[in-house]
Design a binder for this molecule. Structure first.
Ligand SMILES: Cc1cc2nc3c(=O)[nH]c(=O)nc-3n(C[C@H](O)[C@H](O)[C@H](O)COP(=O)(O)OP(=O)(O)OC[C@H]3O[C@@H](n4cnc5c(N)ncnc54)[C@H](O)[C@@H]3O)c2cc1C
Length: 155
């Protein structure tokens, strides 16, 4: 997943991670507080997330509190931490662990029909040397093969 995200990330960008997509944790916390006031925050969260993650993100003191003694406004940071977790990556691991390079050859300078350079006739570019990348899951290999096949019709 993080490899996929890195496809869209630019150095300096912040990213926001929702660890519980499709749910509204704040509403669920309020509801649980109303229905099960004695329940500890920890037991509520452990139903939703792995314990190592929960213990890493929140203090034991907070986790041990029954929902009834956590003020409504103090539930908001819990919600934000889990559904609007904003962070700024220090960097990527660079080319040593990259799966695609987005090679640098501008697609605007290439014929999409033949893969031939618009600037230098007889020069063809295919695959990842072009500024093309796809989602993980085979799209980059498909691009390499398909663009290679395409150029092969004209060289
Ligand atoms: C670890 C890893 C995992 C990947 N997993 C996937 C995946 O699961 N699915 C997917 O779709 N894509 C995946 N990719 C990306 C995919 O492999 C590449 O996008 C694709 O192979 C690019 O094909 P290409 O022919 O453009 O370039 P390459 O496969 O890099 O081929 C370029 C060739 O040119 C040769 N070469 C370089 N310089 C010279 C030179 N000066 N003279 C002669 N030969 C030269 C190189 O040795 C190489 O053989 C992965 C990449 C990596 C690194």
């Amino acid at each position: 997943m993080i490899l996929q995200i890195s496809n869209y990330w630019h150095p300096g960008d912040s990213i926001t991670i929702d660890l519980l997509p499709g749910s509204d944790l704040l509403e669920e916390l309020k509801e649980a507080k109303r229905l099960h006031p004695q329940r500890q925050l920890k037991s509520f969260l452990l139903k939703k997330l792995p314990s190592r993650l929960v213990l890493a993100l929140f203090s034991e003191q907070l986790l041990a509190r029954p929902l009834q003694i956590i003020a409504q406004e103090n539930l908001v940071p819990v919600f934000r931490q889990l559904q609007q977790w904003a962070l700024r990556p220090a960097g990527s691991e660079g080319y040593k662990s990259a799966e695609v390079t987005v090679g640098g050859v501008n697609t605007a300078e290439i014929s999409s029909k033949t893969m031939e350079s618009r600037k230098v006739s007889g020069l063809y570019f295919v695959g990842e040397v072009l500024d093309v990348t796809g989602w993980l899951g085979g799209y980059n290999l498909q691009w390499a093969w398909s663009s290679g096949w395409c150029a092969g019709q004209y060289v």
